[in-house]
Ligand binder design. Structure first.
Ligand code: CP
Length: 305
């Protein structure tokens, strides 16, 4: 029985398999419409979500399965003090697979040890968000055609932005990829990502504070929201939240085939005027996320179509 806690739990071959299945689902949706008949997905969301929870639920429904779950901790017995371990052990009696979001880093690992069914990390604190990365990878594959030899700029809250941590883990495995980390000093990428994932493999990276200085170098610009919910000090959040605001004027220095990505939700960091630019891909990511979650559910339930 497999769970997905970190994007690097998947081999490159498995990632290719998921991308291939997702593209087949896009081309032949009817083929998959009853693939998970009789199976149940539980969505246990201890933190708010729009895209991840609803796309997991849409994914299971489009595979012919059923969904159950909760969308906030306060409507579960966690509010009475029940542990993550006990909650997931209980839910494992009702569901065939669990997608779980939790504010504490590592909570899905605890769940996976107790649930008795596959557990998917749908975002754990400021740590990882592997299924957002699946959505991001399908978007990059569909827009750029390849992962190799791309210069990937990641901009905003690189400290708490779990989607960034997972995307770096995935893209670092492809040849010729370079990273440009664009953030204020206080929100730099965690050192362990540099020392454990990039430096030992000689992967080129640089850290800058000015987005416009590097705009012309980038093949991908991955914008992120400053994660106010992870700050200890509201004054710091207010000071930092609008550090980067992408506008059409700033994009004028970018490559013609740049793609602009964002895991969403966006607050101010991308002007709505950018939405009409053909390089804006953030709503493509939303739809691609559903297809990749369908592919992942099939893989973890060992359903063949
Ligand atoms: N990208 C993402 O995780 O969005 P939600 O918080 O709405 O699920």
């Amino acid at each position: 029985m497999r769970s997905l806690l970190n994007i690097t739990d998947l081999s490159l071959e498995e990632l290719e398999g998921l991308l291939s299945t997702a593209q087949d689902i896009i081309a032949n949706p009817a083929k998959y419409a009853t693939a998970c008949h009789g199976k149940k997905l539980a969505t246990l969301f201890f933190e708010p979500s729009t895209r991840t929870r609803l796309s997991f639920e849409a994914a299971m429904l489009e595979l012919g399965g059923s969904v159950l779950g909760f969308s906030e901790a306060s409507s579960s017995s966690a509010a009475k003090g029940e542990s993550v371990a006990d909650t997931t052990r209980v839910v494992g009696c009702y569901a065939d697979i669990i997608a779980m979001r939790h504010p504490k880093e590592g909570a899905p690992l605890v769940a996976a040890r107790k649930a008795g069914v596959p557990v998917i990390n749908a975002g754990d604190g400021g740590h990882n968000h592997p299924t957002q990365t699946l959505a991001d990878l399908l978007t990059i594959r569909r827009k750029k055609g390849h992962f190799e030899n791309l210069t990937v700029g990641l901009c905003g809250d690189l400290k708490f932005g779990r989607t960034v941590h997972s995307l770096v883990g995935a893209m670092a495995r492809y040849a010729g990829v370079k990273f440009v980390f664009i953030s204020p000093e206080e929100l730099k990428i965690p050192r362990y990502i540099i020392t454990d994932e990039l430096e030992p493999r000689g992967i080129p990276y640089k850290e800058v504070t000015d987005m416009e200085e590097v705009m012309g170098e980038l093949d991908i610009l991955y914008m992120t929201r400053v994660q106010g919910e992870r700050f200890f000090n509201e004054a710091d959040y207010i000071r930092l939240r609008d550090t980067y605001i992408l506008t059409p004027e700033k994009l004028s220095a970018a490559k013609e085939d740049l793609i602009v990505m964002h895991p969403l939700p966006r607050v101010n960091e991308i002007s709505v005027a950018v939405d009409d630019d053909p390089r804006a891909c953030y709503f493509d990511q939303v739809l691609n996320g559903k297809y990749m979650r369908m592919a992942l559910i099939l893989m973890l339930l060992e359903v063949t179509v």
